[in-house]
Structure formats: structure tokens, C-alpha cells
Write a protein that binds this ligand. Sequence first.
Ligand code: ZN
Length: 220
Amino acid sequence: MRVSKETVVGIEYTLKDDKGNVLDASTSHGPMEYLHGASNIIPGLEQGLEGLTAGDTKTVVVQPVDAYGEYSDTLIQRVPIDRFGANKVEIGMRFHAETNLGMRVLVIRHVDEQEAVLDGNHELAGKTLHFDIKVVSVRAAELTELSHGHPHQSGGCCGGGGCGSGEASSEGGCCSTGEASEGGCCSSEEGAASSGCCSTEQPVAQKQGGCGSGGCGCSA
Ligand code: ZN
């Protein structure tokens, strides 16, 4: 079977930048499954995988415009330090916030006595990404996967054939005791808000949708 719309594809990958530095690799979290054609992964990678079959290997080079966008100075904000109240403010802290581009992860780049500098650029913004890919599996997606817009493991939404707590999953949602966020998966943590997934440390190739290594694994 070839990688095409409505197939669930498993890939192993190593992601490098222009200089050959390894940014991410599936060896650290296992092969990644995604639903092809559902914007689970960045567009440039999805296009590069189209038509491959299990066992194929390929290097896919993705320009920023087809990955995480160009680096934008307009996503840098200076915020008076008193706006944070009593909250601790440290360089490197991340949080989600609503911006004029929608929900973004903001990172604190600089702090002094007057202000904090927040950066809403994705950490891979502006970078050309080099993926060394091996396709490990291609299968037809299940109907529930198509309706959820992400792959499931072991035939179930949450890996075990059902939704964890035993509660019926809500519309498009999965396993959550909190409100399922966009993408419908598994977390009551705010970290899931924009990515719809169980972890803020999801594989970088994965844009939204499925969780972890292909489904609503939700170990987080
Ligand atoms: Zn699901």
C-alpha cells in the first residue's frame, strides 16, 4: 500500500538542521504514526512521503514555509514585569497564551527589572529541516481514526481499546477528564491547548492531531 490520503503511516526519522545537527530522532521515542492528509505533520514532510511504501527510505528537505514558518519579529513582545504579578519569571519558561495569531507557545527570552521579552516563534521557525525517513508501515485508516483526525493504537483511542477512565469519549474527543482541546486528546493540562496532545514534548515533526507514537497514548 502506498502512502496516500486516509492511510496511517508509521515512520522512523532523524531530523537535522542545515549544519547537520540532530534536532530530533524517532529513536528517542519510537516510530511516529500519523494520519496522512490530516495535517498531523508539517506540510512539507507530508508531501515528501506521498506515494512511498513500507521499507522505503528518503531524505526530505523542508523549507521553513512548509514547516514552522519564517522567524517573525512581530512575535516578539516586551511585557512590563509587573504584569506577571507574583508569578516567577525566568528565562526559558514556556507558557500558552492567546495572541493575534491564535494560541501560541511563548518562551521568555530575557528578563530584567522592567520587562520580560516573550518570543512566540516556534523553536524551529526559520529553519530548513532535513528529515532522513524510513517508512515502517502503511495501512488504511479506520473510520474512527478518520473522524478523529489522528491514528489510534491497538484499535482504540487510547491504546487499550477504549478511553481510559471508561467514560464515553465526547465528540471527537479522547480520554480526557478535562475538556478535550482542539485535536481532541487526552489531557486535562493546559499544555495540550494548541497541539491537541498529551505532551508539550511531542515529536517535532508532528504538528497536531495524534499523540505520541501514534494514537492517544497519553502517558503524560
Ligand atoms: Zn481518537
